[in-house]
Design a binder for this molecule. Structure first.
Ligand code: HXC
Length: 262
């Protein structure tokens, strides 16, 4: 029985997966990621599913990141396992023979933005906000953000966003090519359903051939060495003091006092 992940058939092969942990703005805990992983494994094998919409529940957030309170006291090897688990989830989304759509109607931050980036594309409402604020916590993106953001917006802009940890609103996300258009909040999920349905009506074989080709073309070097490098660099930061300080500051609702070079 899943506590955090709910799926619903919307008809014609379109399914919706909702991440439901509203009290923590749908933050990704280990348990939540494990549930998400096993649900995605089942979806990947289910021939009746053609298009998967991924969304967060509640008014405010798609997903506000990995669970900071849970990460706060992780050891380096626990952090590496956690990063690897998030990567597994993201690779499932990216590689499954289905179309995956992230429907972002609020905050998509840190691991939440990384999850959205692992989907084939993102639809964003006017209230969507994106950001990779990990450096403000003394760490770096660890679910593929350093790899996938760069693909979409290019190296220099991705670096500016990762180094500044800044949040951007829907209009800027559109200008950067992260989303195609800004959709009104009211009726947003109906719009998402209509986009999914339009895709589901086409030949799944043709759509998935295109998905595979476009992923392979982009990934001529292969994503796995990059994943290993990100897991390594993310987890190594758990041996310094800035990660503890950054995450303690978040839980104590105060600004961090970083020492500098970790
Ligand atoms: C744990 C979180 C959380 C998170 C929010 N909450 N984000 N808990 N992990 N990522 C909790 C808050 O502690 C709070 O709990 C409740 O959700 C509501 O959040 P508020 O902060 O009160 O809401 P608001 O003032 O509206 O601010 C929204 C927000 C802020 C701007 C999104 O919550 C925020 O900055 N969250 C953290 C965003 C972030 O840094 N994400 C990246 C995480 S690192 P209480 O109990 O106080 O009500 C990451 C690494 C990925 O994702 C890679 C890992 C390998």
């Amino acid at each position: 029985m899943n506590k955090f992940i709910f799926t619903q058939a919307l008809g014609s092969g379109v399914w919706q997966l909702t991440i439901q942990r509203e009290a923590a703005l749908n933050a990704l805990s280990i348990q939540l990621l494990e549930e998400l992983k096993s649900k995605l494994e089942a979806i990947a094998k289910d021939e009746s599913i053609r298009v998967l919409i991924v969304r967060g529940s509640g008014e405010k957030a798609f997903v506000a990141g990995a669970d900071i309170l849970e990460m706060q006291n992780m050891t380096r090897s626990e952090a590496a396992r956690f990063s690897r688990l998030g990567h597994e989830v993201c690779l499932l989304l990216e590689q499954m023979p289905k179309v995956t759509i992230a429907a972002v109607h609020g905050f998509a931050l840190g691991g939440g933005m990384e999850l959205a980036l692992a989907c084939d594309f993102i639809l964003g409402s006017e209230k969507a906000q994106f950001g990779l604020p990990e450096v403000s916590l003394g760490v770096i993106p660890g679910f593929g953000g350093t790899i996938r953001l760069q693909r979409v917006v290019g190296g220099a802009i991705a670096k500016q966003l990762v180094f500044s940890g800044e949040r951007i609103k829907a209009v800027e996300a559109r200008d950067l090519g992260l989303i195609r258009q800004v959709i009104p909040q009211e009726g947003f999920f109906d719009y998402v359903g209509a986009v999914a349905l339009k895709i589901a009506k086409h030949s799944l074989g043709a759509v998935i051939a295109a998905k595979k080709l476009m992923n392979e073309f982009e990934e001529s070097v292969g994503i796995h060495p990059k994943v290993d490098a990100e897991v390594h660099r993310f987890s190594s930061l758990f041996e310094g003091s800035d990660q503890r300080e950054g995450m303690a500051a978040f839980s104590e609702k105060r600004p961090p006092r970083f020492k500098g070079l970790n």
